[in-house]
Design a protein around this ligand. Structure first.
Ligand SMILES: *[C@@H]1O[C@H](CO)[C@@H](O)[C@H](O)[C@H]1NC(C)=O
Ligand SMILES: *[C@@H]1O[C@H](CO)[C@@H](O)[C@H](O)[C@H]1NC(C)=O
Ligand SMILES: *[C@@H]1O[C@H](CO)[C@@H](O)[C@H](O)[C@H]1NC(C)=O
Ligand SMILES: *[C@@H]1O[C@H](CO)[C@@H](O)[C@H](O)[C@H]1NC(C)=O
Length: 528
């Protein structure tokens, strides 16, 4: 017994010296394990700068590796590794990355606050600190969403109050979201960019709304809703939180779809254009918050051709006010990523940010929380890498954590999350999806540029296909970046069996072994 303890202590000591605490893996009967964190233990990951001619590799696999570190050397050789070699081209420069993160909804913040103070700290560190996955972006709702415990907006009373004389933040802001955001700000090495989004305004502003129908804004309140956004910016600033960007309403096309109803505001392209150009845009730009970025759409990719193009054609002045566009990833099966180029090709000066995705949201997708799911990790990483390869500047997950049921959610709209909290057990569980986020968020810091990565395949007879479909069908998906550290980061998602692949930069070549069904992040110096 004593010997076991000594051995155990020794192995912990070795880990401490190496700098990382390994995943406390638990088999929960899922496709893969979850990593359990409690008040005294949570796995950590530190980034190691690659030495000259060396690469550092981090692996997470279905078999149970989580950010497993390994090291290797480049060789000067003309040999390529079969079946496939990834050739990076640091001279090609695409979009500049702004960041990765998740939403601090009411439900997420309530879940976080339900943990003990020690466990709350572990949670913040694992998401925001340099021992965790270093998120640099957050999304925060303006008022309630379906991920609240009840339906509300600010200034519900008095009705028809065009001066918003009774505007105040909610208990959810003061007791949960603001304390959580502040703790995240304190743990992060860089300032966090916070994106704020309205789901539904006070019901008196809307034609028919009681949160179970999705109404449209009454014309007489167009100006008031713009003021409502300004009030939110002021109140958050007063609470010590600077908002980096606002979007122009969450999923405005939902009002026209037969969906389960929750906090929403329906906009036609015609009316949304009128509101932004006539009210929101001029009011924000004419205020002390003129630097706050305004992001349009904030809806599914499939809305781009019909909805976005229509809005732009009718209201070209929108381009003057919008800094970029926010896109959700729920309908990607029905909308190829090429649709993103409908924005970036005519408007290269605007950026696209992916602002929402989660698993378990499709009607009938059960269980809502699928602990240990590797399939859901694959969906995350596949969406992330595809979006990045189509010029998006960052990727935001939906609820940063949920409870074991996938809530709370006042309308029963439960979904999954990369972190599930179990406050009564004094634990939270980091699902495979958490590591999918971390394989990009930690190693592709703000300011990184995407570069080309070409695949050289041995012995292939397949006809060439269009880029995106090749990418999505590939057994190994890839994306590459140069970072502000002057390193190259390649992220590979292997859907197939264990294999050896090549990574090549100029005449430098490395053969790396990658595990079956894994995500691998490889980092090396730009000038090896
Ligand atoms: C916390 O987790 C560690 C690592 O799994 C474990 O050794 C320890 O017993 C746990 N502590 C409690 C109080 O459960
Ligand atoms: C102001 O709002 C609060 C709820 O935040 C409500 O209780 C109160 O009645 C409102 N005041 C007026 C004058 O309507
Ligand atoms: C919400 O409003 C709709 C349309 O006016 C109505 O049919 C429905 O009964 C209302 N629901 C509630 C809960 O008030
Ligand atoms: C090329 O593919 C064929 C058919 O799959 C296989 O028989 C052959 O061994 C492969 N050659 C190499 C060099 O991998």
């Amino acid at each position: 017994m004593a010997r076991v303890k000594v051995l155990c202590l020794l192995s912990i000591l070795v880990q401490v010296i190496k700098g990382d605490k390994p995943c406390a893996a638990r088999d929960v009967g899922g496709e893969s394990v979850v990593c359990v964190c409690n008040a005294s233990y949570c796995d950590t990951i530190t980034r190691v700068s690659p030495g000259e001619g060396e690469y550092v590799m981090y692996t997470s696999s279905r078999a149970g590796s989580r950010f497993k570190k390994s090291f290797g050397k480049f060789k000067t050789t003309n040999k390529v590794t079969c079946p496939v070699t990834f050739v990076v081209e640091p001279g090609t420069k695409h979009q500049t990355i702004k960041g990765f993160g998740a939403a601090i909804t009411d439900s997420a913040a309530i879940n976080w606050m339900s943990l003990s103070p020690k466990l709350r700290e572990k949670f913040i560190d694992t998401y925001f600190s340099d021992k965790g996955i270093e998120y640099t972006m957050l999304r925060v709702p303006i008022g309630g969403t379906d991920f609240s415990t009840h339906k509300y907006a600010y200034n519900e009373l008095p009705k028809n109050d065009i001066f918003l004389s009774n505007f105040s933040l909610s208990q959810e802001d003061f007791k949960y979201k603001i304390p959580m955001i502040k703790q995240a700000l304190a743990a992060s090495r860089v300032p966090l960019d916070v994106v704020a989004t309205l789901w539904a305004p006070p019901s008196w502003m809307v034609e028919t709304s009681n949160y179970t129908t999705c109404g449209r804004l009454q014309l007489k309140y167009y100006s008031t809703l713009a003021d409502y956004h300004l009030k939110f910016l002021e109140h958050y600033e007063r609470a010590g939180i600077r908002i980096w960007a606002i979007t122009t309403t969450n999923e405005p096309a939902n009002g026209f779809l037969p969906l389960k109803r929750f906090n929403c505001l329906a906009w036609t392209p015609h009316h949304m254009g009128l509101w932004i150009v006539g009210h929101l845009g001029p009011k924000i730009r004419g205020s002390k918050f003129r630097q706050v970025k305004i992001l349009g759409i904030d809806d599914q990719r499939h809305t781009i051709p019909l909805w976005f193009i229509a809005t732009m054609e009718e209201h070209p002045a929108l381009l003057y006010y919008l800094d970029g566009f926010a896109i959700h990833d729920y309908s990607n099966l029905f909308a190829p990523p090429e649709q993103l180029t409908l924005i970036t090709r005519p408007h290269p000066e605007k950026f696209i940010l992916s602002t929402e995705f989660c698993e378990g949201a499709t009607p009938g997708q059960e269980p809502k929380v699928d602990l240990g799911s590797w399939t859901r990790l694959q969906s995350y990483i596949s969406n992330i890498l595809t979006d990045l390869n189509f010029d998006t500047v960052g990727w935001l997950d939906w609820n940063i954590c949920l409870d074991e049921q996938g809530g709370p959610a006042w309308n029963g709209n439960f979904v999954d999350s990369p972190v599930i909290v179990a406050p009564l057990k004094g634990e939270f569980y980091k699902q495979p999806m958490f590591y999918a986020m971390g394989h990009v968020s930690k190693f592709i810091p703000r300011g990184s540029r995407r570069i080309d990565v070409r695949t050289v395949k041995c012995n292939t007879t397949a006809a060439p296909e269009s880029f995106s479909f090749v990418q999505q069908k590939e057994v190994i998906q890839s994306a590459a970046f140069v970072t502000p550290y002057e390193t190259v980061v390649v992220v590979l998602h292997n859907k197939g069996p264990a294999t050896t692949v090549g990574v090549q930069l100029c005449s430098q070549h490395a053969s790396i072994n990658i595990e079956a069904e894994s995500i691998v992040t490889v980092e090396f110096n730009k000038m090896t």
